[in-house]
Design a protein around this ligand. Sequence first.
Ligand code: MG
Length: 301
Amino acid sequence: MSRHPLPERVEIRDVGPRDGLQPEAPVSVADRIHLIDALQDAGVKRIEVAAFVSPRAVPAMAGAADVLTGLRRRPGVAYAALVPNLKGAELALAAGVDELTVTISVSEAYNQSNVKMSTAESEAVVAAVCARAGAVPVDAVVSCAFGSPYEGDIAPTRVAALAARLLASGCARITCADTTGMATPRRVDELVDATGPDIGLHLHDTRGTALVNAYAGLERGVRRFDTAVGGLGGSPFAAGAAGNLATEDLVALLDDLGVATGIDVEALVEVAALVAEMVDHPVPGRVATAGPLTRRAAPDR
Ligand code: MG
């Protein structure tokens, strides 16, 4: 089997300030803005900065509007926010968001457990958000795209069918999320067979497969990846779910492969150290721990 050439460039959306921090003890708005600043200093061009959810339900995301209105905007950087419903979308749009993220599960049981709605009901919510968003793009993150903790394997054709309906209802982009860490390179291959390569991949390292899955996606021409600096963020609703693929781990691999990201891995490692201080525990990312490939031991000893 011949290998496809790798893409020259990929787009990385760092979801650390939202997905990464959401399961952690609350970090102040000022520190979250500081983190966003550090990420854009490192060259990150798409950042998920906040979630417009109930601060009672998710205390870590309190102050979402303050984060969006308080951050120091850079030209060429897109600031995204997760919204669960039309009300959240209206608040995010009023705060000047560049991109909305919505989540919907292809697994009926997971969707019911997560948002107390059927997948069809969530599709109607997404359509309403798209109608309200106008020119602001909506990225639908399809959770459990590689398997459900309730239903087991999810057929890639089901993901592709849901993705097609979401695009038809006004979503600009589809991102397939490995919410529970069930993806493998074979499953990535089979998913891309069904959806085509114009998807984002949101990978988790629950079973140690996030980076090989990203590589499998790259080989199939996928050009968009969700990652979190330091590898923070598991789903609080999926037992045992470890963090997101660490941004610096993916960037270090892409640097070695000659795939451009515009991101400085040395700077990212510093951001990972910063975020470890903010959450007050070590981060799981490997490159953050070991240092990038370019960092060599002193030769004379
Ligand atoms: Mg995640």
